[in-house]
Design a protein around this ligand. Structure first.
Ligand code: FMN
Length: 246
């Protein structure tokens, strides 16, 4: 039987998916408005529970508003993440938080971070339109791929303490403030992504217990993951795994 494929090109998609990485250092150079619209258009088509389409996007280009969002991020969000991360052993903490609180906040304060990106896309959700948690990351993923397909870098900043961010943008209290996605031309070298081997995560017909991680293995996995992601993060920030963090 003939099964027509209307969409075509798996290899192009795979190439895009494998080569898209989070870029945490972006050039301040402006990007065409047309690119932003293209990224938003892809976000519009993200899946959602019962097709509720609860998301809304705020496009921020004004340097003053970007700086204010970043200030709130450093002062409120970084502080929150820092203290949450303290629940773990130092080496299990997120790479950006394997240091004292003062050092973590100071490190962020020193740089202008993503406030220098030419465009920030903020993803908001309206839970009234979906009988479930708003899945900002799902929508964002589509947009990260769109950005990569246009030769742009993007990053995902989860917002944990929403109120101060809502205040900056005048977002009504009922909406959720999910994440900030800075977009711009990458200021770090291109690198393929890093993932576990497919065979480790796939089971056929029934669960293959030989692939089940014991508690010890899961813990070891987390330590190894962190050891690997410290240089990855460093690369995505400053452009060289071998350079000292500055
Ligand atoms: C739900 C979700 C939340 C994330 N939150 C953050 C974040 O707050 N800050 C950050 O720098 N990256 C964040 N990321 C990006 C991940 O760290 C990144 O996707 C992961 O390390 C894999 O690296 P890659 O995107 O370069 O392939 C988030 C990603 C997802 C899906």
């Amino acid at each position: 039987m003939d099964h027509p494929n209307f969409f075509g090109d798996y290899d192009t998609l795979l190439e895009l998916v494998r080569n898209r990485i989070s870029v945490r250092k972006l050039k301040p150079d402006p990007i065409p408005d047309e690119y932003v619209d293209k990224i938003l258009e892809i976000g519009r088509w993200a899946m959602s529970g019962a097709n509720g389409q609860p998301w809304e996007f705020v496009v921020v280009k004004d340097p003053k508003i970007k700086a204010e969002l970043f200030r709130v991020y450093v002062e409120e969000n970084v502080d929150f993440i820092y203290w949450m991360e303290q629940q773990r052993d130092l080496k299990l903490r997120h790479p950006a938080y394997q240091m004292t609180q003062d050092a973590a906040v100071e490190k962020q304060r020193r740089g202008q971070g993503w406030s220098q990106a030419p465009v920030l896309i903020v993803i908001l959700g309206d839970g009234r339109r979906q009988w479930a948690t708003v899945q900002g990351a799902n929508t964002a993923m589509m947009m990260h791929l769109a950005a990569a397909s246009l030769g742009l870098g993007s990053q995902h900043n989860t917002i944990h303490i929403e109120e101060p961010f809502k205040k900056v943008l005048g977002v009504p209290p009922l909406l959720t403030f999910n994440l900030i996605m800075p977009i711009g031309y990458p200021d770090v070298p291109a690198k393929p992504g890093v993932r576990r081997p497919l065979d480790d995560m796939v089971h056929r017909e029934t669960y293959d217990m030989s692939k089940y991680m014991s508690n010890e293995e899961a813990l070891r996995y987390l330590y190894t993951l962190r050891e690997k992601t410290v240089p990855v993060y460093r690369n995505s920030y400053i452009g060289g795994a071998d350079k000292a963090e500055s």
